[in-house]
Design a protein around this ligand. Structure first.
Ligand code: SAM
Ligand code: DTB
Ligand code: SF4
Length: 328
């Protein structure tokens, strides 16, 4: 099996260095990002993951962006944990549509032990389809990561979401340190780490740079780095803020690519709102992973036909399972 583990980080990034990347002229930044990208990856290959919400809504946490928090009135209907056959059917459909990784998300602060057994069974069955497996279940307790690893889990998604100094303005029911603690447990269990954040929540560029710096200084760096653009869900505290300038989003992708050179950088939430031209700039800036399928967890994602058309126009192709990095 191909070993996707990343080497230990060679360089610690300072906030000033990351901010200096952000401040480059746009063309210089994109040229640098594309150059780094080509040293580590096939520039026309994009990893395709599909998401499924296996347990929707009613979450105890107060994340200011989230449609699934029980504390926000978003009109979302709660659903219980799906059963294993329903999850397997969705994974089969995702595989038939070209996805190589299946990511299962639950609206929990963290999994209860009784639920974790059911999720482990889902992981086993999806893995048996020949897909890579990913789950995002919130904070883990000791022993839970090992149980998931034993079931065949490849990736655990757990985002830092924003820089430490801004975290308390978005989420108060758990802390930035809690997130780091779960990430350490995932890493120790030998599971690949998927860790990124959200931009467009009213944070300054310095906060955005702080988030990228924290991600880049995780040691080893996360194998997968989702960059989410805030989806403004009516009823959430962050729904009323100003829209982020699209070039600032592209800059964030480029800065992530330069500082996390061997990680997959994923265009995640908010892709629907970016449009084709901005997505193309993101691929030029080094994004090489997307979610495919017309739904993320609770919000919309581009239709499969729209993604197929975009890939055809840009000459992009899906990355094979456990695609090897180019020697570089
Ligand atoms: N409950 C688990 C947790 O918090 O880790 C897993 C699910 S949570 C929905 C996964 C991630 O989705 C969040 O960390 C956040 O980065 C992203 N996300 C959720 N709602 C979003 C929104 N409205 N816009 C952009 N990203 C969002
Ligand atoms: C991540 O960073 N983004 C995905 C995945 N990890 C789980 C989730 C995006 C959710 C967007 C809002 C929604 O659909 O509810
Ligand atoms: Fe719950 Fe996760 Fe949403 Fe926060 S982001 S409210 S923990 S589902």
């Amino acid at each position: 099996m191909t070993d996707l583990s990343l080497p230990l980080t060679a360089k610690a990034w300072s906030l000033d260095e990351v901010e200096a990347l952000y401040a480059l002229p746009f063309n210089d930044l994109l040229f640098q990002a594309q150059t780094v990208h080509r040293q580590h990856f096939d520039p026309n290959s994009v990893q395709l993951s599909t998401l499924l919400s296996i347990k929707t809504g009613g979450c105890s946490e107060d994340c200011g962006y989230c449609s699934q928090s029980a504390r926000h009135d978003t009109g979302l209907e709660r659903e219980k944990l799906l059963d294993v056959p329903a999850v397997v059917a969705a994974a089969q459909a995702a595989k038939a549509a070209g996805a190589t990784r299946f990511c299962m998300g639950a609206a929990w602060r963290g999994p209860k032990d009784k639920d974790l057994g059911a999720v482990a069974e889902m992981v086993r069955e999806v893995k048996a389809l020949g897909m890579e497996t990913c789950v995002t279940l919130g904070m883990l307790k000791p022993g839970q990561a090992e149980q998931l690893k034993d079931a065949g889990l490849d990736y655990y998604n757990h985002n830092l979401d924003t820089a430490a100094e801004f975290y308390g303005q978005v989420i108060t029911t758990h802390s930035h340190n809690d997130r780091l603690d779960t990430l350490a447990q995932v890493r120790d269990a030998g599971i690949h780490v998927c860790c990124g954040g959200i931009i467009g929540m009213g944070e300054s560029r310095r906060i955005r740079a702080g988030l990228v710096m924290e991600l880049a200084n995780l040691n080893p760096q996360p194998e997968s780095v989702p960059i989410n653009r805030l989806v403004k869900v009516p009823g959430t505290p962050l729904a009323q803020g100003e829209d982020l300038d699209p070039f600032e989003f592209v800059r964030t992708v480029a800065v992530a690519r330069i500082t996390l050179p061997a990680s997959h950088v994923r265009l995640s939430a908010g892709r629907q709102e970016l449009g084709e031209a901005v997505q193309a700039l993101c691929f030029l800036a080094g994004a090489n992973s997307i979610f495919c399928g017309d739904r993320l967890l609770t919000t919309r994602n581009p239709e499969a036909d729209a993604d197929r058309a975009l890939f055809s126009k840009l000459g992009l192709h899906g990355e094979p399972v456990q695609g090897r990095r180019c020697a570089g």
